[in-house]
Design a protein around this ligand. Sequence first.
Ligand SMILES: Cc1ncc(COP(=O)(O)O)c(C=O)c1O
Length: 388
Amino acid sequence: MALLSNVAQRSWSNVKMRFNKTHVEKKLFTPGPLGCSRTVKEAMLRDLGSRDSEFLKTVKLIREKLIEIAEVSPEEFCAILLQGCGTYSVEAVIQTGNPREGGRVLILINGVYGKRMKKICDSIGIESETLEFSEDSAVDLGKVKEVLQRGEQYTMVAVVHCETSSGQYQPNAAYFVDAMSSFGAVPIKIKDGQIDYLVSSANKCLQGVPGFSFVFARKSELLKCKGNARSLSLDLVDQFENLDKTGQFRFTPPTHSMLAFLQALHEYQEEGGISGRSRRYKQNCSILHRGMEELGFNRFLSDDCSGYIITAYYYPDHYNFKFEEFYQKLSELGQIIYPGKLTNANCFRIGNIGDLYPTDMKHLLKCIAKVLDGMGVPVPVPVPAPGS
Ligand SMILES: Cc1ncc(COP(=O)(O)O)c(C=O)c1O
């Protein structure tokens, strides 16, 4: 008797056919997953046992290098690697860093990832309070101070990459920064900023492949948190103690991603670390800004609060512009951009991080002009009226 029905066999042969097809190399102008260099991908082309001495050395070296890049001392901080994308580490910090009884997180929100922190608190039953700012402005430090001085006690203050500090007004609150898409390319003072936890992940500015994320934790803070986590796999204290004692992950490690990451760290160093990488990203970003301006596009954020990682652009105000069609036609030309993630504005986003260079940015701009022409959208594109 055949093991698979005819229908199932047909669908499997479709899968095979798709993988046999030669793929168009696509450039990713997104916030992630991001493109990686060929050499980073090639580093994965072998298998390693999770107990093998070479793998244990790889884990150790990665943890040490991360501490170096973060410019913190290994006596004070540790780097904890955790299987899974960035959100796993964000959740692990919230799980582990707040007590089972009486935990209360103040979340400073000015975008979607702050809202996700709130969702995480809700889903694991940790009380939280939010202080919201509009999506086109930075966190207002004056308002943050006011809330912190009100007399309410928090066990954690959480923010997406920002330079505020909780230490002065809330001595018992841990300060948690999500620096997912900035760590390694945008300077952040972990030690001087009194940060207790900071997260990022392998496939962001350090340009590894996806597969794991990492947490920098102040050891004195982390070690107070034994038994807090309501989850086994997201228990950061357990993960840290195991990594430190045995050099091993508790559960199946992403061995191939780790090999790729070691190569990515080597390439990061070769590029000149944070200064080299930020220089390239800034160059990519200014080519993008100039070119999009010439095409008539309007940026969502003003210069004073925009970074050099990703840019949101308003849709052109023209009846022929449909984002799905624009996206699809660019994808056919091998250019992957990203939909917007804003609550109140019709925007799309273009990232300039990962394995992207000025020539890639210039090519993208040419493709955008070509696609607009094909769609019958005039250049410079008509811009939406202010406030619409
Ligand atoms: C600031 C920030 N936080 C959290 C995340 C979520 O990370 P992931 O998609 O890897 O879970 C992202 C993703 O881009 C991010 O930019």
